[in-house]
Write a protein that binds this ligand. Structure first.
Ligand code: ADP
Length: 495
């Protein structure tokens, strides 16, 4: 048995663990679903203890599936759902409240009130790269400290610890010995200055978060601690930590400025490497730390789409037009070729670059011969046009996309990827290994242990499975995209 790396991928709907060999081949997988709690309108919570127990069980299952012993594991890398917030008691290791999940909107009134202060908003964007929103950790921490009896006093006495999911898992894995986070996860808290790479005093004051609860911020590839022997029978070093979207970009080898990855799952996240530049987006995109190695941050610009695979779920479960999302490919291949039907999936409003929460969806451009095939095709095309919206916004902010590396459940669909290349006028590359999120964390951990000696060595491991090259001309592209933009304009809540 050769040496292996264990990658923990703690996500919103499940905890997973994957064992990779040192060439990045997957040897085993363990996975456990995570219970979603919706205690109130707009509230989303996870049980932090369940996050931990499902993670540990997944690690053990992955090792059994890979048929390896603890001694074979060189190191552990952690990647995780970002922004979700846990506060626990330092002496007992018990959470003082449920984890507040990134999707949770309970602090939106507070954010709306703060938004009236224009100076505050631009200061937040300048320092953190983020937009003032309940999504990020800062207002979630404040909420827990204000709503759990005695929490603020205990925090001030240094009795409580805050962590995003990476820090929480690290604390549990090390038996309470390590309280660290990495620069990518820190960059999603809205308390971390991504330029100076420090927790920001002014933001801590603004959001009323005592510095005593914060973890120390390390590089993504660092000595984070070793696992308590009771978990796996022997200690294993934990040497990689990175937020999930950044990890996918790392696993895709996006190390050069202009390289981008887009993950197409339920929603979609596009990250483009901007090198040493922090772009202050004028188009409501986010700037974030892509990764930090040897104290040197590399930045990315990030845009997200709410409805990607979720649109296919609606086509399947809501409209019952197809039985399986995969059927969409064959139907689209047989559809009328003019692509004149547009589906604007603004079911929960429009995200970047429109940010119109009150916009609603529409199906436009139908004629008497429009059928299931055309509607299904329009659903796939909506993913391409929404990506184009992000790429246009990124370009307006001064960054250029060279090629797009894709991953996530939707990218099995060849029709989708060909149309994506056509709409973007860019090469779209699908890698051989599509478990890029876990792979990024494994690479990060291995980098510290000397398994890989450089980013070039990791980049060389990336293997193309299939390239999709633009096949349409500029006339077609501008006509198609104009139709989409016209449709979007029709459904905006304010015109
Ligand atoms: P997540 O990680 O967000 O749960 P996945 O990356 O597993 O999502 O991707 C699943 C999504 O991809 C589902 O929404 C599904 O509808 C969609 N999907 C899966 N296969 C295809 C396909 N062949 N064509 C189009 N959509 C697909």
């Amino acid at each position: 048995m050769g040496k292996a790396i264990l990658a923990i991928d703690q996500g919103t709907t499940s905890s997973r663990a994957l064992v990779f060999d040192i060439d990045g081949n997957q040897l085993g997988l363990g996975q456990h679903e995570l219970t979603q709690h919706f205690p109130n309108n707009g509230w989303v919570e996870h049980d932090a203890d369940e996050i931990w127990s499902t993670t540990l069980a997944s690690c053990q299952a992955a090792m059994i599936a890979a048929n390896i012993q603890t001694a074979d594991i060189l190191c552990i890398g952690i990647t995780n759902q970002r922004e979700s917030t846990v506060i626990w008691d330092r002496s007992t290791g018990n959470p003082i409240h449920m984890a507040i999940v990134w999707q949770d909107r309970r602090t939106s009134d507070y954010c709306a009130a703060l938004k009236r202060q224009q100076d505050t908003i631009s200061d937040i964007q300048d320092k953190t790269g983020l937009l003032l929103d309940p999504y990020f950790s800062a207002t979630k921490i404040r909420w827990i400290l204000d709503n759990v009896p005695d929490a603020r006093a205990r925090a001030n006495r240094g009795e409580l610890a805050f962590g995003t999911i990476d820090s929480w898992l690290l604390w549990k894995l090390t038996g309470g010995k390590s309280h660290f986070t990495d620069a990518t996860n820190a960059s999603r808290t809205m308390l971390f200055n991504i330029r100076s790479q420090c927790w920001d005093e002014d933001l801590l004051t603004l959001f009323e978060v005592p510095a005593s609860v914060l973890p120390e911020v390390k590089d993504c590839s660092a000595a984070f601690g070793t696992t308590e022997s009771s978990h796996f029978g022997a200690p294993i070093p934990i040497t990689g930590m990175i937020g999930d979207q950044q990890s996918a970009a790392f696993g895709q080898g996006c190390f050069q400025q202009g390289m981008a990855k887009s993950t197409y799952g339920t929603g979609s996240f596009l990250l483009l490497n901007t090198g040493t530049d922090v772009l202050n987006s004028q188009n409501q995109l986010l700037s974030t730390v892509a990764y930090r190695l040897n104290g040197e941050p590399t930045y990315a610009i990030e845009g997200s789409i709410f409805m990607a695979g979720a649109t296919m779920q609606w086509i399947r479960d809501g409209l019952k037009l197809i039985e399986d999302a995969a059927d969409s490919e064959a139907l689209a291949e047989q559809s009328r070729n003019d692509l004149s039907v547009y589906l604007i999936p603004a079911f929960t409003g429009l995200g970047a670059p429109y940010w119109d929460p009150d916009a609603r969806g529409a199906l436009l451009g139908m004629t008497r011969d429009t059928g299931i095939k055309e509607v299904v095709t329009a659903a796939l095309m909506s993913v391409c046009y929404q990506t184009k919206d992000l790429v246009e916004a990124i370009a307006a902010d001064g960054a250029q996309l060279s090629t797009l590396r894709v991953d996530g459940g939707m990218v099995k669909n060849n029709y989708l990827l060909q149309k994506l290349a056509d709409v973007l006028d860019a090469e779209v590359h699908r890698p051989a290994i599509t478990e890029t999120t876990a792979l990024g964390a494994a690479y990060m951990a291995g980098l510290h242990q000397g398994v890989f000696d450089s980013l070039d060595a990791i980049a060389a491991k990336w293997r193309l499975e299939r390239a999709f090259t633009p096949q349409r001309d500029e006339d077609w592209r501008s006509r198609q995209y104009a139709g989409w933009q016209d449709g979007v304009a029709r459904i905006r809540s304010q015109r």
